[in-house]
Design a protein around this ligand. Structure first.
Ligand code: EGU
Length: 448
């Protein structure tokens, strides 16, 4: 993505990728198969003329579909009519981006180049290629878009004063597959245009649709529970699913479920925050390298893509003077990326702790009511994150303010109801209760 942006601005770009060219790969192992693309990611794609093509190959999800333990289903729309998030294939997206980058004359792609170390002051990069041969390259400016375990970031941290935090959560994830209906030519076996959710307190499962008629299921669960189930072998797996996800067994298929569960490992989820993102005018990190987040808002890719858009806007402001652009990018972007990391972590906690609490469910209802009453004034948090380009740190501020107003409003409403009740009773009982009413009114007055 960043190669496309820089290439289209006329810079000479060499893109180094440790793996093979995914367009020629037969089978791509590991990492999640589909991604949720929303407004921020789409805006970044639009700017390089790729939005339409990506949207065409994505599946719109207009609502969430929640499966409870009894197999009962309920839906909640995401936004207004026509608003949706897209389930896109990671591989397809990578292919489109690579082809778009390759189309630019000044961009050259290099595959099978694994970065081993780099000299930031001289702009020298050291790679090993397919045959383990050492390859050296030189660059005036290095973009480190090399993921959560970034090599560029590691070097950056030795050269400047970088604040850094990393957190693993106790949950891991495992991907399972719901194949298309048997005997059909890729007909979906569950409702197509939804993000399916099976919330179950300590663990949770979600499913996103694929173009070939299948769904990719992602099960989030503490590592020790994964281990516990695996120890019991096939029976353990079946017992677990019968208890918590009975409706999913037939969709996945018994044999498929047993096979995948016991042959896959659960993968870790890491959250990384750091600041600044740059070294002088020589290097800058972007995407997961700068801000890896847990996936509980579906924003990892969207936030990373938005980095490119933001960087590009800052390039415009400084006429491409990297000595100004890089620090500006760091100070402008890191509060937002950190805010998103925090929101994602907050949602991880919330989803487990609060999904069943009465107050939480009540607040969700109030949220929807208020949004329905004041569609432009009261926007739910997920909506600001997913369907707007409001800066993430502003999203948090707005949300906190909104939350306070609503909570106070609800308390006031509660007290008014109580006051009314007391007043009615005291009218019947005369003087006896006037003092009580007075006392209460005084209390309410003091409270606000
Ligand atoms: C997790 C893993 C539902 C893809 C957060 C919603 C996600 C995605 C939600 C993954 C959830 C969770 C939101 C979207 C999205 C919801 C969101 C989460 C896509 C608060 C492939 N999350 N995800 N929230 O709102 O804003 O329906 O792996 F289950 S899309 Cl965890 Cl909108």
């Amino acid at each position: 993505m960043q190669a496309c942006y820089m290439g289209q601005r006329g810079y000479t770009v060499d893109l180094f990728e440790s793996r093979e060219d995914i367009r020629e790969a037969e089978h791509v192992a590991g990492r999640s198969i589909n991604l949720a693309l929303s407004v921020r990611g789409r805006s970044a794609l639009r700017h390089i003329g790729l939005e339409e093509e990506v949207v065409k190959s994505g599946i719109p999800m207009h609502a969430r579909l929640i499966h409870d333990v009894d197999g009962k289903k309920s839906t909640q729309p995401y936004g207004k009519k026509g608003e949706a998030i897209l389930s896109v294939d990671r591989r397809k997206l990578n292919e489109l981006l690579l082809s778009a980058a390759e189309k630019v004359d000044s961009v050259t792609l290099h595959f099978y180049h694994k970065l081993t170390h780099l000299d930031l002051d001289n702009g020298t990069l050291f790679f090993t290629d397919k045959n383990d041969k050492k390859v050296e390259a030189h660059a005036d400016l290095i973009f480190g878009c090399d993921g959560a375990y970034s090599c560029v970031r590691r070097q950056l941290m030795r050269k400047t004063l970088v604040d850094y935090s990393q957190e693993y959560i106790p949950h891991g994830y495992m991907e399972l597959c719901v194949p298309p209906k048997t005997g059909t030519n890729g007909e979906h076996n569950m409702e197509l245009n939804y993000l399916h959710i099976w919330p179950r307190n300590r663990f949770m499962m979600i499913a996103l649709p694929n173009l070939d008629g299948s769904f990719t299921l992602t099960l989030f669960m503490p590592f020790d529970e994964f281990e516990g189930i695996k120890k019991q072998g096939e029976e353990g797996v079946m017992a677990f699913f019968k208890k918590y996800y009975p409706d999913a067994i037939e969709k996945i298929g018994v044999q498929n479920l047993k096979d995948t569960f016991n042959s896959s490992t659960s993968l870790p989820l890491v959250s990384v925050k750091c600041s600044p993102y740059h070294y002088q005018d020589k290097a800058v990190i972007m995407g997961d390298a700068a801000h890896a987040m847990v996936p509980f808002y579906g924003q990892g890719m969207n936030c990373g893509f938005e980095d490119c858009l933001v960087f590009n806007e800052i390039m415009d402001q400084h006429n491409g003077d990297f000595a100004k652009v890089l620090p500006h990018f760091s100070t402008f972007r890191s509060p937002d990326a950190q805010a998103m990391c925090d929101l994602a972590m907050y949602n991880y906690v919330e989803m487990r702790a609060l999904v069943n609490s009465r107050w939480f469910l009540f607040r969700k209802k109030v949220d929807r009511l208020l949004n329905w009453l004041l569609p432009s004034k009261y926007i739910p948090l997920y909506s600001m994150v997913t369907f707007s380009r409001i800066r993430y740190h502003v999203v948090i501020n707005k949300w906190k303010k909104q939350d306070k107003v609503v909570n106070n409003g609800l308390i006031l409403l509660g007290f008014s109801a109580l006051g009314m009740l007391v007043w009615l009773v005291s009218r019947g009982q005369q003087i006896k209760y006037t003092r009580l009413t007075e006392m209460l009114t005084q209390r309410i007055h003091d409270f606000f």
